[in-house]
Design a protein around this ligand. Structure first.
Ligand SMILES: Cc1cc2nc3c(=O)[nH]c(=O)nc-3n(C[C@H](O)[C@H](O)[C@H](O)COP(=O)(O)OP(=O)(O)OC[C@H]3O[C@@H](n4cnc5c(N)ncnc54)[C@H](O)[C@@H]3O)c2cc1C
Length: 401
């Protein structure tokens, strides 16, 4: 008898019956019934209408706008601000990452940094103008902080300037790596006020003259998520483009702490996804007359990945508890982001090896997940920078300067 595996996962439904869910500690049992049902609805939609549909856009390095209305209808454009429990938000982000990390990045940055910034730091008029469409995912924002010459040292080094003139602000400078920069309707631009050197945030409609975004191509990961280099060439916006709550860089801190925790949930979801991919594959693929999943070394790989996943879930569960109690510090968020993405990277490398040659073909999804993990290891603070934040917390000494 010959056994074949298909990229879609192989003839494995029967094999998977009765096997444990990748929510290894059953965190969802802590949600109330309504949120549990909502999470299952989201997971079903992602599995049936999104997961396999992300492979071609990923290969072509193209955005997949056709996926947005379905995600918007599930309320995923406003999950950070709609009163959902923090655990539900984390599990919803994990569900997205389990399916595809680019879509997860887009939705996560949209919620945590774009909608979140306008909701918490914006004026009533700014919220009314931008948020209704953004919350339905009919409109996207772009969070513009990083610059070509300043990544890790952006807080001290930010060069983009904002000058208040008689008829409003003039913004000059360049930004790099900006998610959805070529797709967004509004850019949230962090710039240094030339009057007092403070870093402030401005809402800039992307059709304003002088705004020019160029897609960054040839990325090895998050290939569906479009990142851009952006030039602000004497961009003029009215005085009320300034977010009233964003009068210094410190204003971004609460949001950046929450968004680091979000990346921890991404790493949980990615490891859930790659455990599923590997389990399906190794149950279907036969060598030496038996399923790979029956081989001891393959079971060791599955066990190692499950252990990394369980450690990540446990960490994020505790991070969520601290968030609920209002006690999450930057050190906790940085530790969680650094550790879960490190484990995710290790899990992906192991999973890729356990799939042999098919492990390097994006159709089988493991290679796609592995490359995407490289990007999340670096954004929201590199592994190194988050380690230094933890080191500073543990010793009271800053190694940054
Ligand atoms: C896919 C992707 C999406 C992104 N999306 C956005 C976005 O939407 N908006 C946005 O504003 N930014 C975004 N970023 C930018 C991201 O936050 C930066 O890439 C990140 O902060 C690192 O900056 P850098 O790339 O300039 O690396 P660098 O700062 O040049 O770092 C290079 C290396 O040096 C190390 N290093 C730097 N300083 C130190 C130090 N003091 N001690 C020890 N090691 C050090 C780093 O850890 C790293 O290993 C995105 C990045 C990526 C890759």
């Amino acid at each position: 008898m010959t056994h074949t595996v298909s990229p879609a996962g192989g003839p494995d439904a029967a094999h998977l019956d009765g096997l444990p869910h990748v929510d290894l500690f059953d965190l969802r049992s802590r949600l109330d019934a309504a949120e549990r049902t909502r999470l299952e609805t989201i997971e079903t939609h992602l599995e049936e209408h999104v997961r396999r549909q992300t492979i071609e856009p990923w290969n072509r390095e193209e955005f997949a706008p056709e996926l947005l209305p379905g995600l918007g209808a599930l309320g995923l454009g406003e999950v950070f601000t709609d009163g959902s429990s923090l655990l539900f938000q984390g599990l919803a982000h994990a569900a997205l990452a389990r399916c595809d990390l680019s879509i997860s990045a887009l939705i996560g940055i949209h919620n945590e940094l774009n909608v979140g910034t306008i909701e918490h730091l914006g004026s009533e008029a700014q919220r009314e103008r931008w948020l209704p469409r953004m919350k339905r995912l009919e409109s996207l924002g772009a969070f513009c902080l990083t610059e070509p010459e300043h990544g890790s040292d952006i807080a001290g080094g930010l060069e983009t300037s904002a000058t208040l003139e008689d008829d409003g602000w003039v913004i000059r400078g360049t930004k790099r790596w900006i998610g959805a920069g070529t797709l967004a309707d509004v850019a949230l631009v962090w710039a240094r006020d030339t009057a007092d050197d403070e870093i402030r945030c401005f809402l800039v409609p992307t059709d304003t003259p002088g705004y020019r975004a160029t897609k960054i191509g040839n990325k090895i990961g998050l290939r569906i998520m479009q990142n851009a280099d952006i030039v602000f060439d004497d961009v003029r916006v009215p005085q009320d483009a300034l977010l009233p709550g964003a009068q210094s860089f410190g204003a971004a801190n609460d949001l950046l702490r929450a968004s680091r925790a979000w990346v921890g949930w991404q790493a949980v979801g990615a490891q859930q996804g790659l455990l599923e991919i590997l389990r399906r594959y190794t149950l279907s693929r036969h060598q030496f007359g038996r399923p790979l999943a029956k081989l001891q070394l393959i079971q060791q790989a599955l066990s190692h990945i499950a252990g990394n996943l369980a450690a990540s879930i446990g960490m994020m569960s505790e991070v969520t508890r601290l968030q609920e109690e209002g006690r999450l510090e930057m050190m906790h968020a940085a530790m969680a982001k650094a550790t879960t993405t490190r484990l995710g990277r290790e899990s992906a490398a192991m999973g890729r090896d356990a799939m042999g040659g098919n492990g390097i073909v994006s159709d089988f999804e493991m290679a796609k997940m592995m490359n995407d993990l490289e990007a999340i290891y670096t954004y929201e603070g590199t592994y190194g920078i988050n380690s230094l934040i933890v080191g500073r917390g543990l010793t009271g000494l800053s190694a940054f300067v």
